[in-house]
Design a protein around this ligand. Structure first.
Ligand SMILES: Nc1ncnc2c1ncn2[C@@H]1O[C@H](COP(=O)(O)OP(=O)(O)OP(=O)(O)O)[C@@H](O)[C@H]1O
Ligand SMILES: [Mg+2]
Length: 345
């Protein structure tokens, strides 16, 4: 690589930026970080729940980097059997192990000049962690069964959806490798902590459906959108993406309304109601959780009632405008600006 990284061309740049959708403050910051880190060769460790966009972020870093025209090579460390992972990554010599009939290049060589994305790095076996650390340190790859070493210039981006810090503490992930990987740590918040992006993402996925089915048009009713906001999305953006596709298929006309939402989605807005017990038994309750659930539900109800007008919603709940805004932020519910709403907090 040249020591002076150039930005990828404009077309590639906008393509990469478009894929990382969201204008929640955490995503705006994330995009700025992606921009800054893309022009360096620093190793990046991306952490986030399943489906939160780790590969999207890794792809964006690559696409915005001077390596954009070379390969982006994802390796899922959890999907490849442990005994094969080393040869997948570093290649092997003929006869290095049973079944190695011909020599083979590893994925690090494929990523030479480009980026290798080591997904689910926490699943990498200990012995391979040591080898990876050496590769990161001296840039030299040695195929399995070979005494020939070669230099590779692959930028490493790693990702994990579990807590690598805990794995380090437990002694199942090497501490030195952890620090070597997270030169730049990037944490992607789960979708439930950036609910204000849900309408934007829904629109983005609807748009993609429109491209796939030209001539068709869909919109989401306000009530259905309130349900989409309230749901916790354990599968994050991927779950939302699949849900939009499913809703488009299920809805008979052009408006996606609550009647096509699956029960677990509509249930989330009713959850507080059903979970709040009339009396207390020996099991007890988590009072903080109940209060939060009730607050979230009332806020959603009030916004629904007032067509998204936050001033009126605050009045309906007997709250000061500022208190209401603080609660909105705490619950992660930031309503899209309604037609009568001039406040943009
Ligand atoms: N911010 C985003 N904007 C647009 N699409 C997104 C965004 N985040 C995620 N997606 C989409 O959601 C899906 C899941 O994203 P991705 O594969 O990057 O998640 P992940 O964190 O790598 O998940 P896993 O842990 O399961 O590997 C993809 O189809 C991706 O395009
Ligand atoms: Mg992934």
């Amino acid at each position: 690589m040249s020591s002076e990284p150039k930005l990828a061309d404009a077309a590639y740049r906008s393509l990469a930026e478009r894929a990382l959708i969201g204008d929640h403050p955490t995503i705006v910051k994330l995009r700025a970080l992606v921009d800054r880190v893309a022009v360096t060769d620093a190793t990046v460790l991306i952490t986030g729940e399943s489906g939160s966009g780790k590969e999207v972020v890794a792809g964006a870093i690559h696409a915005l980097s001077a390596r954009a025209k070379r390969a982006f090579v994802p390796v899922n460390c959890a999907a490849i059997p442990h005994e094969l992972l080393e040869s997948e990554m570093f290649g092997h010599e003929r006869g290095a192990f049973t079944g190695a009939a011909a020599p083979r290049h590893g994925l690090f060589s494929t990523a030479d000049g480009g980026t290798i994305f080591l997904d689910e790095i926490g699943e990498m076996p200990a012995q391979l962690q040591a080898k990876l650390l050496r590769v990161l340190e001296d840039g030299i790859v040695r195929p399995v069964g070979s005494d020939r070493a070669s230099r590779v210039d692959a930028r490493v981006i790693a990702a994990s959806n579990n807590d690598l810090v805990a794995a380090v503490k437990k002694g199942v992930f090497r501490e030195d490798l952890f620090y070597r990987l997270q030169v730049v740590p990037i944490i992607i918040p789960p979708l439930r902590e950036r609910r204000s992006d849900i309408p934007l993402l829904v629109e983005y996925f609807l748009d993609r459906m429109r491209q796939r089915m030209p001539g068709r048009e869909w919109s989401v009713s306000r009530e259905a959108m309130v349900n989409l906001w309230s749901y916790d999305w354990p599968g994050n953006v991927r779950e939302l993406e699949n849900m939009v596709e499913r809703l488009v298929i299920l809805c008979e006309d052009s408006v996606i309304d609550v009647d096509v939402l699956p029960a677990n989605l509509t249930a989330s807005t009713r959850m507080a109601e059903t979970r709040i017990p009339a009396t207390l038994d020996d099991k007890g309750v988590n009072l903080n959780l109940l209060v939060r659930e009730l607050e979230g539900r009332m806020i959603n109800e009030a916004l629904k009632h007032t067509g998204g007008n936050k001033q009126a919603a605050a009045r309906l709940l007997g709250l000061k405008r500022t208190t209401f805004s603080a609660k909105l932020r705490r619950c992660g519910v930031i309503a899209p600006t309604g037609p009568n709403d001039r406040d943009d907090s």
